[in-house]
Design a protein around this ligand. Structure first.
Ligand code: PAF
Length: 286
């Protein structure tokens, strides 16, 4: 496994180890603090690509000033050990000045969908995500004529949706694969931010998933008064001490608010336990 920190070295290495050998590249972008969720994305990458590249970069552009950029868990040595065991080919770990050698005055502005759900609570977040992801794609896939695959988790459903739009609208020759959400035994979606939870908050945290499951049950039981279901679920969680950013039933195809005619649905939720913001979602068919 090669650990590479500069773009020039990454391109040179991949030109020889993948491009020249006709190998497809499967890329998994991460912000590190790797857990079983990331490792499952890497497994998916290994099933579909011949050369697996993982990036670790905590991207300042996607954090607002009041967010957890400085406290975001950075566990590079542990991460590299896990990637070695996972038999990854290349780990790209640029420092901030490598990724942003000059102020990033050109950014990718996603569509309006970036301003709802998580985007409403985190203004500019998806602009930062789309910009770094496009840069990473250019860094990893540059000069490789072979098949290009990038893997993202379904846990970040809105992010995945926006990346798919980016691929389509900017004509990027990259296939996107979506990995299932990995869960703890009690159902809590795996996330690096779970490490912030105090023991009592950790006990309570699984309730977000349970609440989303109840929404699915209500919808599949025939209800389509989604606004009422969302309000009831928000009230339920709020009474239990959660600060709810949103509970929203949407079309999983367009991400527009669900109508009674929609069959392919997703319920998404974001809520805080203390200062820890958790997100989760369940895709379902009505
Ligand atoms: O999902 C993440 O970890 C990040 O948003 C990503 C895609 C690595 C971009 O920084």
């Amino acid at each position: 496994m090669q650990v590479i920190t500069t773009v020039i070295e990454l391109r040179q290495h991949l030109a020889i180890s993948a491009g020249a050998q006709g190998k497809s590249v499967a890329f998994v972008p991460t912000m590190g603090n790797l857990h079983a969720g990331h490792l499952s994305l890497i497994e998916l990458a290994k099933q579909h690509g011949q050369c697996v590249v993982v990036s670790i970069f905590v991207n300042p552009l996607q954090f607002a000033v009041n967010e957890d950029l400085s406290s975001y868990p950075r566990t590079l040595d542990d991460d590299i050990a896990k990637l070695q065991l996972a038999d990854v080919d290349v780990v790209f770990t640029p420092i901030e000045s490598e990724m942003y050698p000059v102020p990033q005055t050109i950014t990718v502005e996603p569509s309006e969908i970036a301003n709802v759900l998580c985007g409403a609570n985190r203004p500019g977040h998806f602009r930062g995500v789309a910009t770094v992801v496009l840069k990473l794609f250019n860094q990893v896939f540059f000069n490789n004529p072979q098949r290009k695959i990038a893997v993202f988790g379904k846990k970040d459903f809105q992010q995945l949706f926006i990346i798919r739009e980016l691929i389509q609208q900017l004509s990027l020759p990259i296939e996107i694969l979506a990995g299932e959400t990995m869960r703890e035994a009690d159902g809590l979606a795996m996330s690096s931010r779970n490490a912030y939870l105090k023991p009592a908050q950790r006990m309570e945290a699984q309730r977000l998933y349970r609440a989303l499951q109840q929404v699915v049950q209500a919808a599949q039981g025939g209800r389509c008064d989604y606004a009422a279901i969302e309000a009831q679920t928000t009230q339920y969680l709020t009474q239990l001490g959660w600060i709810v950013d949103y509970i929203s039933v949407r079309s999983s195809v367009t991400l527009a608010p669900a109508t009674a005619a929609d069959q392919q649905l997703v319920v998404l939720g974001a809520a805080r336990q203390g200062r820890t913001r958790l997100i989760d979602n369940i895709e379902f068919v009505k």
